[in-house]
Design a protein around this ligand. Sequence first.
Ligand code: F3S
Length: 292
Amino acid sequence: METRVAKSAGFCWGVKRAVNIAVDAVRKNGKVYCLGELIHNKREIERLKKLGIVFIEDIDVLKKGNTVIIRSHGVSPKVIEFLKRKGLQIVDATCPFVKDVHEKVMKLEKEGYPVLILGNPKHPEVIGIAGHVKSPMIMNTIEEIERLPKLSKLGVVCQTTLNMDFFREAVFRLALKVKELKVYNTICSATSIRQSEAKKLALQVDVMLIVGGRNSSNTTKLYQISKSVNSKSYHIESKEEIDSLWFENAQIIGITAGASTPQWVIEEVVNYVRLLDKGGDISGRGVCQTIR
Ligand code: F3S
């Protein structure tokens, strides 16, 4: 049995940066707070908790002088204002690519375009982007776009982890409805590379494992993309969820992972699959890397 691991599997640049910023902050300050989970991966969160990072959902528990980390998803200016008023020390780990989306929606609003954000309205990144303009629309399905009336102007951005196929379809439909349409493709290249590699790999292998938190939207999207071309695709959070029956008659196993999945979790999965096939050849080709 051969195991192929997607080159792009695991932490993206922005997540790596946020984790490093948080670890540096905890080293300097002893204890730091983070608004929500720093990354959508339970096991990495457990590791960070042990280092002294306290994850909170309620801002009110913070007291003057506390250090608080803004995670890579970013927040709205209102939240920053509130934290400043409370006298907190802010460590901003917002991904620069997300900051760029903040700039773009503000620019669109200034230019007089009603703003549409394509993405999940409940996702913290989308909530943060929306908080930078007065009354944005947020849409997550083609049906919602179809229900839009004809418009004279519209400015569009999207969640950095949006599915590229959905983005294409959405922009195509919008172009039929809007006279003056200004679109920024704000899908992060880390996302589009991961998605196209996942699709290519899923087409080459018998079984695909997609490793990452079930609460991670980018991992879930990788799983959906993989499943659409390879029915034997499985979303797992850890090696413990692997069922050896999945590999019956399989020759090639593909593995990819979301942008919030640490390398050590991926390696555990690769090593476990290797163990299942003692003496098997673990090699990489094409879009893949070799883990030895
Ligand atoms: Fe940033 Fe892209 Fe990762 S937006 S957090 S580098 S997926």
